[in-house]
Design a binder for this molecule. Structure first.
Ligand code: ADP
Ligand code: ZN
Length: 516
């Protein structure tokens, strides 16, 4: 095993988990591998075929990803090829089924459409494993469900004696179980690596789309790129990407753009220049995705809250692959959080809609929280025993804490008095003593709370509300894309006990909007 590692890959040591996984595969056992991006998952299915002299089948979702991998394997003297869904190359097929390749990549569509005589022939010469890369795509609970992946279980019947290896970088426990069931895996050996990327700093800021913010962003990015290494800016829309890219170019920063509306040729060119360090900054949408194996990305900025915490973790995780200190900033604006319905429109089932909603809400919570961000991320992916990290904005920031019992009491009581039928603006306007038509019509000006919160701005109250939502004192319910706020059982308990002498104070860390 070590000989193969040295001979073909030039490495003298296995990384954590690699050796165990390879050994289990050689023993014929199914494996589930969940390890962070960049931890070296591919090696786990690339070594066994070289040890055994039998073909490894690798299912991968994207053609471009397979092309990259095949090219790099060929450079190492490993016989590799891919079968795309449309291409029918009889010579390659023939070679493939006679076992000429060490590693044979194919899309899930291709794998399921190959005739069983192909598999029978190849089985006769020997298949040492079937790897399913990006295995989270199999699960409706995952953030990138692909229905072609669901068909893969049909291969299980044909390849009963072949160990199946499912690999992914992001999978909650639910998704892991779904992968195991869907592939009909038999008592798989599970290698769940830590998701923690200690060299990454995580931070969040709120922003609103404006020229002045763009100017700020450009200045910030130019300081990052002055320190060598590259930056990716992920945008939620093509329009945002174009705007930022233009601002960067106007400022003389070498930047490229990558999104789904560009031709595949233009995208490839952009990608290539980025990899070759001809560009300092790549401005992109989610289309700039899997397979970006560039070691010296120093910073990933999200301009707008992404659609799920899984996507966020995967995209931000593209920086610092070389282990050096790198930063991940997420900029959100409150309007980002009104997009849940838009994302849910993609759902093909009720379960999937729920899943999309859940992971979107998790991303929102991540933005709003005032406690350790890494701890939250790691716990979301099922890690226990996590501590405050000391390397995120909430851990390191000069965050001031304050006893906000009185203010919280006012806001919670006001939300309750307004009856939970409104968004945040109504209770805040009541506290601030507004006499608008809506308030008079509802007699809210008669509430004893009316006007008691004049000392703070509406933005301040909104920021407090965000903290109370994040800490489960307030609940938000989305109804016809309108966000209603109501008091939660925890909030109610706080309000009831607030008059008691020995009540514990509600101490909260102030967010940037609350510090003037
Ligand atoms: P993943 O698929 O988990 O995202 P990769 O398989 O692409 O990660 O590996 C990331 C990088 O680490 C690659 O450049 C790979 O060559 C390198 N790598 C993998 N295993 C080892 C090892 N044992 N020693 C040194 N480098 C390794
Ligand atoms: Zn932290």
């Amino acid at each position: 095993m070590e000989l193969v590692l040295k001979k073909y890959f030039g490495y003298s040591q296995f990384r954590p988990y690699q050796k165990e996984i390879i050994q289990k595969i050689l023993d014929g056992r199914d494996c589930l591998v969940v390890m962070a991006t960049g931890s070296g998952k591919s090696l786990c299915y690339q070594v066994p075929p070289l040890v055994r002299g039998k073909t490894a089948i690798v299912i991968s979702p994207l053609l471009s990803l397979m092309q990259d991998q095949v090219m790099s394997l060929k450079q190492r003297g490993i016989k590799a090829e891919y079968l795309g869904s449309t291409q029918i190359n009889h010579a390659v097929h023939h070679e493939a089924e006679s076992g000429s390749f060490d590693v044979l990549y194919m899309t899930p569509e291709k794998a399921c459409s190959l005739p069983s005589r192909f598999w029978i022939k190849l089985l006769n010469v020997g298949i040492c494993l079937l790897a399913v890369d990006e295995a989270h795509c199999i699960s409706e609970w995952g953030h990138d469900f692909r229905k072609e992946y669901k068909q893969l279980h049909t291969l299980r019947g044909l390849l009963q004696s072949v160990p199946f290896v499912a690999l992914t970088a992001t999978a909650t426990e639910k998704v892991r179980n779904d992968i195991i069931c869907s592939l009909d895996m038999n008592d798989p050996y599970s290698a769940i690596g830590s998701f923690d990327r200690q060299n990454l700093f995580y931070g969040v800021k709120s922003f609103s789309r404006s020229q002045s913010f763009l100017d700020e962003l450009v200045t910030e990015v130019s300081t990052y790129s002055a320190n060598a290494g590259s930056t990716i800016i992920y945008c939620t829309t093509v329009k945002d990407a174009e705007q930022i890219s233009e601002s960067l170019r106007n400022a003389g920063i070498k930047s490229g753009i990558y999104h789904g509306q560009m031709s595949s040729k233009a995208r490839e060119e952009s990608h290539r220049s980025f990899i070759r360090d001809e560009l300092q900054v790549m401005v992109a949408t989610v289309a700039f995705g899997m397979g970006i194996d560039k070691p010296n990305i120093r910073c990933v900025i999200h301009y707008g809250c992404p659609k799920s915490l899984e996507t966020y973790y995967q995209e931000s995780g593209r920086c610092g692959r070389d282990g050096l200190t790198s930063i991940c900033w997420l900029y959100y604006s409150r309007s980002d959080f009104a997009k849940a319905d838009f994302y849910c429109a993609e759902a093909q089932s009720e379960n999937q809609r729920k899943a999309i909603m859940e992971s979107f809400r998790a991303a929102e919570k991540y933005c709003m929280m005032a406690t350790c961000r890494r701890k939250f991320l790691l716990q979301y992916f099922g890690e226990r025993n996590t501590n405050d990290c000391g390397n995120c904005d909430n851990c390191t920031g000069c965050k001031r804490e304050r006893d906000l019992s009185r203010e919280s009491f006012l806001l919670l009581s006001c939300v309750r008095s307004c009856g939970g039928r409104w968004g945040l603006n109504m209770p805040i306007d009541v506290l601030r003593g507004s006499r608008s038509r809506k308030i008079l019509d509802n007699n809210f000006d008669k509430l004893s709370l009316h006007g008691l919160g004049k000392d703070y701005s509406a933005a301040w109250w909104k920021a407090l509300a965000a903290l109370l939502i994040s800490d489960d004192y307030l609940k938000e319910n989305v109804q016809d894309s309108y966000r209603l706020v109501s008091i939660s059982p925890r909030g109610l308990q706080f309000v009831h006990s607030a008059s008691m002498v020995h009540q514990t104070p509600l101490v909260l860390a102030l967010t940037s909007e609350m510090i003037d």
